[in-house]
Ligand binder design. Structure first.
Ligand code: NAP
Length: 275
């Protein structure tokens, strides 16, 4: 902090505020483009799989009552088998309340309490969050042994970390969940047979976190550097050098997520046809 004396020029204060604004705009842009690319990917994948997609676009100033009403309409429409609500919603809306009204049977992105209960209890209506299930889909496809294995999940969000941990537990892995207060994280991850990285920090997990023979699934999506390159939470080159098998970013879990979404819609339609 400079001494408060002499001339108090405005420019440094304006520059400092500008820097903050630029950072905030950049963060919003990243978030927005991430959501838009997920939306485009999801629509393309569903169309390719023969699933009809209906886009319901609401104005930014839509009221909570109108939003809930539109979701209710979709719940009651028997030609709609799955509902995916893109988030974050504008700050004026109660996102949790909106998620809560989606019928668990149609909750193909696993956002309702019913879906969460199904993931945690291992039974019931609803679906796991698509990204969490995409991790398991990758592991199954590559026949990574899970039963009795030591799995470390880095991240404890409700969208990824926690549900991934529950799904791994259901596969009989011994699961450790790490977070920002975990001490000596490299020692914990090095112990694991499987590391799932979902912490949202660009290439944060470097060579010291890995050893030969491990499987590493990188869930991270981060835009890094002045060129805004898409990178994961793992330093892929370093992990490969350490001898681990690593899912890349881009071209790893992300592409599986939309495939899982499409499979959820198909399963939802099957289940609804059976009732
Ligand atoms: P989030 O809500 O920000 O959660 C991040 C978690 O990581 C928190 O639990 C946090 O711990 C933990 N963490 C942060 N810094 C850490 C550190 N230095 N050491 C250990 N743990 C740390 O993020 P999210 O929504 O779960 O997303 C995680 C990543 O997945 C992001 O990069 C996101 O963009 C990406 N993502 C990918 C897909 C896909 O389809 N591939 C979909 C959605 C999101 P605390 O709880 O202690 O704060």
């Amino acid at each position: 902090m400079e001494n408060i004396s002499g001339t108090l020029r405005g420019k440094p204060a304006a520059d400092a505020l500008d820097l903050e604004t630029k950072k905030a705009v950049q963060a919003l842009r990243e978030r927005g483009s991430e959501d838009l690319s997920y939306e485009r990917g999801a629509m393309k994948r569903c169309a390719a799989d023969g699933i009809e997609v209906r886009q319901v676009l609401l104005p930014e100033d839509v009221s909570q009552a109108e939003l809930l009403g539109r979701i209710q309409d979709l719940n009651e429409d028997s030609t709609v088998h799955g509902i995916l609500m893109f988030r974050p919603l504008p700050k004026t809306l109660d996102e949790q309340a909106a998620c809560a009204v989606i019928l668990p049977e149609k909750d193909v992105d696993g956002v309702t309490a019913g879906s969460m209960a199904a993931v945690y209890a291992g039974k019931g209506a609803g679906f796991a969050p698509c990204t969490a299930e995409a991790v398991i889909t990758m592991l199954r496809y590559y026949q990574v042994p899970l039963r009795g294995s030591r799995a470390v999940v880095v991240g404890r969000s409700l969208v990824i970390g926690k549900p991934v941990a529950m799904l791994l537990l259901a596969e009989h892995a011994t699961v450790t969940i790490c977070h920002s207060r975990t001490t000596d994280l490299p020692a914990v991850t090095r112990e694991a047979d499987l590391v799932v990285a979902a912490l949202g920090r660009a290439e944060f997990l470097g060579a010291e976190y890995f050893r030969a023979g491990q499987t590493v699934i990188d869930v991270g999506i981060n835009w890094s550097g002045s060129k805004q390159k898409l990178v994961g939470d793992v330093d892929t080159e370093a992990a490969l050098q350490a001898g681990a098998a690593v899912s890349p970013v881009p071209g790893g879990v992300g592409s599986v997520t939309t495939a899982v979404l499409a499979s959820h819609v198909a399963r939802a339609a099957q289940r609804q046809a059976e009732v």
